[in-house]
Design a binder for this molecule. Structure first.
Ligand SMILES: NC(=O)c1ccc[n+]([C@@H]2O[C@H](COP(=O)([O-])OP(=O)(O)OC[C@H]3O[C@@H](n4cnc5c(N)ncnc54)[C@H](OP(=O)(O)O)[C@@H]3O)[C@@H](O)[C@H]2O)c1
Length: 247
């Protein structure tokens, strides 16, 4: 057994193909509910550059981000990220759609947007490649709900806030056990607090951002959860692609 102080090079291995990358992110049993979160952060912990994550993304991060979407049954995202990052006209590329159908998955995974307010643009929701889910609460306004139901399947999971244990359960029951969450920090805080995070794929972008950008999680109270390193890859630009799974 290696000593805890041992250190190994991340850069020694050969360059990985898409198939090798997909294999390294595969789960043991796709039928078992599994929630994978994906984030990018600067070295000093910023989750955004000028208000969006895209400013931190590297080419390697973009490549893995696309491959992780490819592996998903459903892509979950908070409404703040949808509004801030302008999610619309979203579809996986042709290579991903082809790979998915060849591997027994729907060509396009649906998105599931988490919102208490239902403050979403119906025309944006209508532009997704597959009719999305909108996951909301019992307290959501009936009028907003009717507006959204024209373009999305609305799921109620929780009273004042969406309960992410219920979210994971309901999505699995509907045939979407492999959940890929693209954040953001508010939704991720609830997921950590409610113990539903099975995996975090974190890209460290080789930059010191400074300033007052938020972290990848935004919560008042700490709810620690130990994680095990699944793998660590590096890219020539100095980004690190880390996969942590539930300890
Ligand atoms: N670095 C990264 O990888 C990364 C990833 C994603 C996002 N981001 C950044 O994060 C920022 C957005 O942050 P954010 O905290 O606003 O993101 P968020 O978690 O995506 O959105 C927060 C909103 O989502 C809804 N929401 C979240 N959890 C909920 C729950 N349990 N129940 C009901 N609704 C819930 C609420 O929507 P309503 O207000 O509609 O009720 C809430 O206001 C953006 O700047 C984005 O670029 C960074």
């Amino acid at each position: 057994m290696a000593a805890a102080s041992e250190i190994h090079s991340l850069t020694a291995g050969a360059s990985l193909t898409d198939e090798q990358l997909l294999a390294s992110y595969a789960v043991a049993d796709r039928a078992q509910p599994w929630l994978r979160a994906n984030f990018v952060s600067s070295i000093d912990g910023a989750a955004t550059h000028e208000g969006v994550s895209g400013g931190l993304a590297t080419e390697a991060d973009g490549r893995v981000f696309a491959l992780l979407r490819r592996l998903a049954d459903v892509i979950v995202v908070g409404a703040g990220t949808v509004r801030q990052e302008g999610y619309r006209n979203i579809a996986l590329d042709e290579a991903s759609a082809k790979w998915r159908t060849e591997n027994g998955l729907a060509a396009q995974p649906p998105f599931a947007i988490v919102t208490a307010s239902l403050r979403l643009e119906p025309k944006d929701l209508a532009s997704y490649a597959t009719r999305p889910f909108v996951i909301t609460t019992e307290r959501a306004s009936a009028e907003n709900r009717r507006r959204i139901e024209e373009v999305a399947d609305v799921i109620v999971a929780g009273d004042a806030l969406v309960d992410t244990v219920e979210l994971k359960h309901v999505l699995a029951e509907r045939g979407y056990p492999q959940v890929h969450s693209e954040g953001g920090p508010t939704l991720f805080a609830t997921m950590i607090a409610q113990g539903v995070v099975d995996e975090l794929c974190l890209t460290i972008s080789p930059r010191l951002e400074g300033g007052s950008a938020r972290r990848i999680v935004d919560a008042a109270d700490a709810t620690p959860q130990d994680m095990t390193l699944g793998h660590a890859f590096s890219a020539p630009d100095g980004s690190l692609l880390l996969r942590y799974v539930r300890a």
